[in-house]
Design a protein around this ligand. Structure first.
Ligand code: SME
Length: 186
């Protein structure tokens, strides 16, 4: 732990811890739960990671999953495709995010539909941003891509502006690659 001095070392350390957690487990609910907990607690444990706003490292970390992967219940019989709240750490959050073309809005929906990471230094200036917690100031969302399918997204919120940089993006994109490959998706 004491050898973690730079952001690159931080993410390498998290990747190695994640590989150990994923070893021997193919269930995606279990793996996403441990992944969100690992990222959240690792960021809190290394507060200098984010510089001067160190006490504001992470506000929320979790997954939204394409709801078509779940069995339907009568509650779900509404028009449109949605992302459903998955395993996370932080305060309670929006349960559904619309991803129906033409109706989709928000950072998670955009990352899901464009199948690319969205890094938002100032959420208030992002068109359509969904404020699950009004205290969040910046956000990064990485899609979970499996073959030609987007399964869902990994979403991180920060209480400070510009909370995530390119090193964080690379670190998080590696995390989604590790966890997607470690699970059975059927
Ligand atoms: N801000 C997200 C919604 C999810 S919460 O941040 C947990 C969005 O705009 O899609």
């Amino acid at each position: 732990m004491n050898r973690v001095k730079t952001k690159t070392q931080f993410w390498t350390h998290v990747h190695s811890q994640l590989e150990s957690l994923l070893d021997g487990q193919r269930n995606w609910v279990s793996n996403l739960a441990n992944t969100s907990s690992l990222i959240y607690n690792a960021l809190l444990a290394f507060p200098t990671h984010f510089g001067p706003d160190s006490d504001k490292a992470v506000n929320w970390c979790g997954f939204y999953i394409d709801s078509t992967r779940f069995p339907k219940s009568t509650d779900w019989e509404v028009e449109g495709n949605r992302l459903l709240l998955g395993p996370f750490c932080g305060k309670p959050a929006c349960q559904f995010i619309n991803v129906t073309p033409g109706k989709a809005r928000g950072v998670c929906a955009d990352a899901f539909m464009d199948a690319e990471t969205k890094s938002v230094p100032d959420v208030d200036s992002y068109p359509g941003h969904i404020a699950c917690d009004g205290e969040t100031k910046s956000e990064i969302v990485c899609p979970l891509i499996h073959g030609n399918q987007v399964l869902g997204v990994l979403d991180l919120d920060c209480l400070a502006m510009c909370g995530f940089d390119e090193d964080d993006q690379k670190g998080l994109e590696k995390i989604v690659e590790l966890v997607v490959n470690a699970c059975d998706w059927h």
